[in-house]
Design a protein around this ligand. Structure first.
Ligand SMILES: [Zn+2]
Ligand SMILES: [Zn+2]
Length: 330
């Protein structure tokens, strides 16, 4: 990618940096903002890879900035494609790295000592019908992310409602759980701009994963937080993937409908009792990479859990496995 297509001046003092990803998503959007004192804020620096390091070196040099200009790194959420380079930036700049309190807890679970989430998640998947050999592969895959989020930064907690200075304007941190526990959007009512991370994406339906011990009903939380942000007056949304877009509220409502339809579809399939793994294969097919399977499986569980909460399916145990079945209506 050439400089002109990876560094895009969006308006005075705001740049979109397309940081490469070794996944089909291809890139994550990082945003660079100039503060009134001339220093710079980085939102979501990207996944740490050699290609991403090279891109950042090139991007900052092209803009005539040194790393010493960066005064803060602000994260919408803890996922590796957003958080991964935060420590690398902190090492070069000494800048504070801000993440929600919940996100900080997630970072410890995922990449803290012994990566506790790896065995929690594979244990969950076994209970939901995935075979143990596949779970072993998955554990290796999850642990392979550690170098992509290292070194890990010292984190400073943000809370819902906090005001965060971005390009000289105090944006409000709005908690928007669902895609990620503790996910924050940064909204300014004056300019009607929102940095929405992966909460609302154009063209892509953000993944909603059930993660053990995190959120009891992540899909319920996601649909509620989509409904929370849909009425906000927004002229321009700056998402974590793809391009800045208008029509934020409409897109949020579209995502709610997408999940309502997905719930309907899955409830229908569950007239035949199934484990979440069987339902996942039935819904997403057999040709998934390990990486895709992990997200498809966690997304399927998020839906079955939601269906159980809504009373549309029953959950029972058969030979140690969790099985779902649609309730007969009337
Ligand atoms: Zn994400
Ligand atoms: Zn992302």
């Amino acid at each position: 990618m050439s400089h002109s297509t990876t560094v895009i001046a969006l308006r005075e003092g705001l740049w979109q940096i397309k940081v490469p990803l070794p996944f089909p998503l291809r890139w994550v959007n990082s945003y660079l903002l100039r503060e009134p004192d001339g220093s710079l804020t980085v939102i979501d620096p990207g996944l740490r890879t050699e290609a991403a390091e090279a891109l950042w070196n090139e991007a900052l040099e092209g803009l005539g900035f040194g790393y010493d200009r960066i005064s803060q790194v602000v994260l919408t959420h803890h996922h590796p494609d957003h958080y991964g380079m935060a420590g690398w930036f902190q090492e070069r700049t000494g800048a504070p790295v801000y993440l929600s309190e919940t996100g900080i807890g997630q970072v410890r679970l995922l990449w803290g000592d012994g990566q506790p989430m790896t065995s929690l998640l594979t244990g969950l998947f076994v209970r939901h019908g995935m075979d143990a050999a596949l779970c072993g592969e998955l554990a290796k895959h999850m642990d392979s992310f550690v170098p992509l989020v290292s070194p890990q930064p010292q984190l400073t907690a943000l809370r819902a409602g906090d005001r965060v200075r971005l390009g000289g304007t105090a944006y409000e941190a709005i908690e928007t759980p669902g895609h990620a526990a503790g996910h924050l959007c940064f909204y300014d009512a004056q300019t009607r701009e929102i940095f929405c991370g992966d909460h609302v994406l154009p063209q892509i339906s953000p993944n909603v994963s059930f993660m053990p011990g995190v959120e009891d009903d992540p899909l319920g939380a996601y649909m509620a937080s989509l409904r929370d942000v849909a009425p906000l007056p927004v002229e321009m949304a700056y998402p974590g993937h793809r391009s800045p877009f208008a029509g934020f509220g409409r897109r949020a409502e579209e995502l709610v409908r997408h999940h309502e339809e997905r719930l309907e579809l899955m409830a229908d399939k569950l007239h035949e009792p199934m484990t979440a793994y069987e339902l996942c294969r039935d819904t997403f097919g057999d040709r998934l990479t390990l990486h895709q399977l992990r997200f498809a499986m966690a997304e399927t569980i998020a839906h079955t859990v939601r269906l159980a909460v809504e009373g549309r399916v029953t959950q029972s145990e058969r030979e140690g496995l969790i099985v779902y079945e649609a309730r007969d209506e009337g």
